[in-house]
Design a binder for this molecule. Structure first.
Ligand SMILES: NC(=O)c1ccc[n+]([C@@H]2O[C@H](COP(=O)([O-])OP(=O)(O)OC[C@H]3O[C@@H](n4cnc5c(N)ncnc54)[C@H](O)[C@@H]3O)[C@@H](O)[C@H]2O)c1
Length: 425
């Protein structure tokens, strides 16, 4: 086996500024587009972000087919409903105004209406067949209303595969939106619980991509086309990840505490995109891999302050609850990187010996979790020791991300990590 020797940055197109949603109509008109499918979820449908986008499209004379049936934390069924609608509408382009749930649904609607196929055809193996997307998709303009998944920068669409109680996704560079419109006006209505959970997703994206296995420890691909998007930590992603962490440190507590803090909300939107560019090229690892069964298997939990009409473990919450346990486990494989991440998040790491790196990073993350009102561990979501074998079972198929852990995790290791994550503090 020859080791990888190169790293490739796939960039994202983003535009940042209060009010940029109003440019949407002109953007599409200048491309000669006359008809779009505008996707959102039903909670957002009545809020100003969607109204602004609709008005911008109307003003430019663009016909809008409005679709507000995006599921919060989408499923295979909700993706397919949007696909059917897109096939019926035949839009020339897609517009997503919403969080990761909406942007991911728009990616799926774009893909399957452009290149119809059996649903599992493009889904990541082992659940799906992982067929590469045959060609370019239609333009997709994404205005995130959370800060957030970074989905406006990534070629990834995540859904809950209900039959397996597990989340999986579709990953291909052609899924990447044409343009992400980062408009701080669109996050002013975010409930604090959503701002906290989605902001902690940003934090974990950045720490995971910074601590992922180094790209040169992966095998080299046989041809450049086969180089994966998730390449492992690398000097290009590092820049985006560390800067995202510095911004999270300063602006996440402010954005949650005061939704009227325009600067903090704007910086968090940027941090989400920065972390998205970082992890979109480096990958994430165990906290995300373990989060998929945590979200997928939830029974009755509803997070206070989170708009939802069904039991739901919000994505950011499911991720961050695993993070302290994971980083205590992975730190021995890359202690300096764990300390760097802790320092970027504001921990005093001067003189801290390498053997304490995991504890210091975990403690710093726990301070954010406690301060932002995150539930205290997986037990608070209703999980008990009896669920651990199923949680481990649900993590194993996520090897696309778990294999990027700097320290390999066996099923026994995963069980110990879930045990550790039952109670956060
Ligand atoms: N594609 C990717 O790269 C990627 C990365 C990480 C996560 N994800 C996926 O994204 C999904 C989660 O997305 P999310 O965390 O952005 O949240 P979300 O889209 O699920 O939205 C969360 C809730 O907040 C509400 N909301 C969103 N913005 C609002 C606003 N401005 N004002 C008021 N309410 C608002 C929504 O109506 C919803 O009820 C999950 O399915 C997750 O797996 C995708």
């Amino acid at each position: 086996m020859t080791n990888e020797y190169a790293v490739e940055l796939a960039t994202a197109n983003i535009r940042f500024g209060a009010g940029v949603t109003r440019e949407l109509g002109l953007d599409l008109a200048d491309r000669g587009i006359r008809k779009v499918m505008l996707l959102t979820d039903r909670f957002l449908a009545e809020l100003p972000a969607v109204a602004t986008a609709r008005a911008a499209l109307d003003d430019a004379g663009i016909e809008v087919a409005f679709y507000s049936k995006v599921a919060v934390e989408p499923t295979d069924a909700s993706f397919q409903e949007a696909v059917r609608e897109a096939i019926a509408i035949e839009p020339e382009a897609f517009v997503a105004v919403g969080g990761g749930s909406t942007i991911d649904t728009a990616k799926a609607a774009n893909l399957y209406s452009t290149y119809p196929a059996d649903f599992l055809e493009y889904v990541n193996p082992p659940i799906g067949k992982g067929r590469p997307i045959p060609g370019p998709l239609k333009p997709l303009f994404a205005a995130p209303t959370t800060a957030g998944t970074g989905s406006e920068t990534t070629g990834v669409a995540i859904f809950d595969f209900v039959a397996m109680h597990a989340k999986t996704g579709i990953a291909h560079r052609n899924l990447k939106p044409t343009l992400g419109l980062l408009d701080p006006d669109n996050t002013r209505t975010l409930p604090p619980a959503v701002a906290a959970s989605t902001g902690l997703d940003v934090l974990s994206h950045a720490v995971e991509s910074y601590t992922a296995i180094p790209y040169a420890d992966r095998p080299a691909p046989q041809r450049p086309l086969l180089r994966p998007a998730y390449q492992g930590s690398n000097p290009i992603s590092d820049i985006w990840a560390l800067q995202a962490l510095r911004m999270v440190r300063e602006y996440l507590p402010r954005a949650v505490a005061n939704p009227a803090d325009d600067e903090a909300r704007g910086m968090m939107l940027l941090a989400a995109s920065y972390a998205g560019i970082g992890f979109g090229n480096a990958g994430v690892h165990l906290p995300h891999g373990m989060s998929y069964p945590v979200s997928g298997m939830v029974r009755a939990f509803r997070q206070e302050g989170y708009p939802t009409d069904h039991p739901l473990a919000p994505h950011g919450t499911s991720v961050i609850l695993n993070a302290p346990a994971v980083f205590r486990f992975t730190a021995p494989a890359a202690p300096q990187r764990h300390l760097d991440a802790a320092a970027a998040l504001g921990a005093d790491t001067a003189g801290v010996p390498h053997e304490d790196a995991g504890a210091v990073l975990a403690e710093r993350i726990l301070e954010f979790m406690r301060g932002l009102g995150v539930p205290n561990g997986l037990a608070a979501l209703g999980y008990t020791q009896a669920d651990i074998p199923a949680l481990v079972e649900g993590t194993l198929p996520q090897h696309r991300v778990t294999k990027l852990s700097p320290k390999p995790a066996s099923p026994d290791d995963l069980a110990a990590l879930f045990q550790d994550a039952l109670e956060a503090w």
